[in-house]
Write a protein that binds this ligand. Structure first.
Ligand SMILES: *Cc1c(COP(=O)(O)O)cnc(C)c1O
Length: 465
């Protein structure tokens, strides 16, 4: 009986494949990034060819729903599959690797959380799932735990390296642990966790390990090729480490695709299946959906595909090299400039595109938020961090030509604050600016509920007309 069912299933699947996986010999094929990007004209011709793949007759209104105004399917399916395949390759996936496209890094993290919960339930009988992640992990992981009812253990950092403290991770692992998480790199400090050690822990304890490379994106994955750092300076963080079971990569960050595009990758399809939603007996027909959304925007996928094949491996390698050389310039300026090194300290040893810095521990009359506000007046938008109070800057291609101006403005603003202090005393206690004031309120324990209220009021404001 089983055999008969299996055979029938096989022939149904073959038919589905034949119908859905349209391709033809005239089309360019992109199982991996083209070494050299193809020209804009060629991308446009290829989009025309993809548009011409045989699709249902939606133009003449013969399709129920789905295309309320105008959209096309078979070409988009091919592009989506190729985008996933190209990104898997750059993260050194094994043959079994697979994934799906999502609307952004947060959705990728939600899905990896969901998959881990379901995987733990299906294969290890875990009903009270727990996740272990560094305090620096992206808020999206907390959101996943909040949405999917998992307990999150947040682990402190090693005070020297600012990587997650591996000993503490080890101590928190128990029979309910479904997922370990590390970042490559994290959002606050741009530091890559010790993924190699996490991989060993994951393997030893038979737990899934997610690497958040949403921000690392096409920077961290091209670091080796870029040649900016010596080989020994770049740790392993991708599927080459056997314990890594999933990786998220935001194509809409350093992949330069339009916003609303990220990839969640898995070591094998058994794990990916755990993120799928399947409802076979729905009155509306047999239903299945790979990600959180139902209907999804094909146009974004086309934008992502066109960007990837246009820039190509050579283009991404060059942009990684240019961006990281520039961010290293900022790092070395803070560490080496006479004024800056006296007051500021780079957090950890960032090797990618994000540099964060705080006030040196031995300086006590200097507020980093005041510095951020002062730089804001000069037009620079730094992100404000807390615990510890710090600023960070994620360098992009747009920052490259103005890096000297940026460094000059940080020096000038630092000098200005120091002078102000000498004239008027401690700028930490004074109402120096908006950010300083906001984090001053949020940081005091007695008023901690206030911070939540401020955030809620902000979110409400987004929808005011
Ligand atoms: C940006 C980012 C994400 C996801 O954020 P989205 O805004 O949802 O794309 C996840 N992790 C890190 C480290 C990030 O920087």
């Amino acid at each position: 009986m089983n055999k008969k069912v299996e055979k029938e299933l096989e022939s149904v699947l073959a038919k589905i494949e034949e119908e859905i996986m349209q391709n033809n010999d005239d089309l360019l094929q992109f199982p991996q990034l083209p070494a050299k990007g193809i020209t804009t004209e060629r991308v446009l011709t290829e989009l025309d060819n993809l548009q011409n793949l045989k699709h249902s007759d939606w133009i003449n209104g013969k399709v129920s729903g789905a295309v309320y105004h105008g959209d096309v399917f078979p070409g988009v399916r091919k592009m989506e599959a190729e985008v996933v395949s190209m990104v898997l390759k750059i993260f050194n996936s094994p043959e079994t690797g697979c994934g799906s496209t999502t609307s952004g890094g947060t959705e990728s993290l939600l899905l990896t959380g969901l998959a881990a919960r379901q995987y733990g339930k299906a294969y290890r009988g875990i009903t009270q799932p727990e996740v272990i992640a560094p305090v620096t992990v992206h808020a999206g992981i907390e959101k996943a735990c909040f949405y999917f009812g998992m307990k999150l253990h947040k682990v402190d950092l090693d005070p020297k390296t600012y990587q997650v403290d591996i000993k503490k991770v080890k101590r928190l692992i128990n029979k309910n642990t479904v997922l370990l998480v590390g970042s490559a790199p994290n959002y606050p400090h741009g530091i890559i966790d010790d993924i190699e050690s996490l991989s060993k822990l994951a393997l030893k304890n038979n737990i899934l390990l997610h690497v958040d490379a949403c921000l690392g994106s096409f920077i961290v994955s091209f670091l080796e090729k870029s040649g900016v750092h010596g080989k020994g300076a770049i740790p392993l963080f991708d599927f080459r480490l056997p314990g890594v079971t999933s990786i998220s990569c935001d194509t809409h960050k350093y992949g330069f695709a339009p916003k609303g595009s990220s990839i969640i990758m898995y070591r094998n399809s058994k794990i990916r299946e755990c993120q799928y939603y399947v409802l076979s007996d729905w009155t509306g027909g047999m239903y299945g959906s790979p990600t959180l959304a139902g209907s999804r925007p094909g146009a974004l996928m086309v934008g992502c595909w066109a960007t990837l094949v246009n820039i190509g491996e050579e283009g991404y390698t060059k942009s990684c090299r240019d961006i990281v050389r520039t961010s290293m310039k900022l790092k070395y300026a803070i560490q080496g400039n006479e004024v800056l090194s006296k007051y500021l300290e780079v957090i950890g040893n960032p090797i990618g595109s994000v540099i964060s810095f705080k006030v040196r521990d031995n300086v006590n009359d200097f507020s980093i938020y005041a510095l951020g506000d002062l730089l804001g007046k000069k037009g620079w938008h730094f992100a404000s961090l807390q615990n510890p109070a710090a600023l960070h800057f994620a360098l992009t291609r747009l920052t490259i030509p103005i890096i000297d101006e940026l460094i000059g403005d940080i020096i000038e603003s630092t000098e200005h604050l120091v002078e102000e202090n000498e004239k008027h005393g401690d700028n930490k206690k004074k109402d120096v600016g908006d950010t300083a004031a906001l984090y001053g309120v949020a940081g005091s324990v007695t008023t901690s509920g206030v911070a939540d209220k401020v955030i809620i009021a902000f979110l409400d404001t987004l929808y005011k007309i």
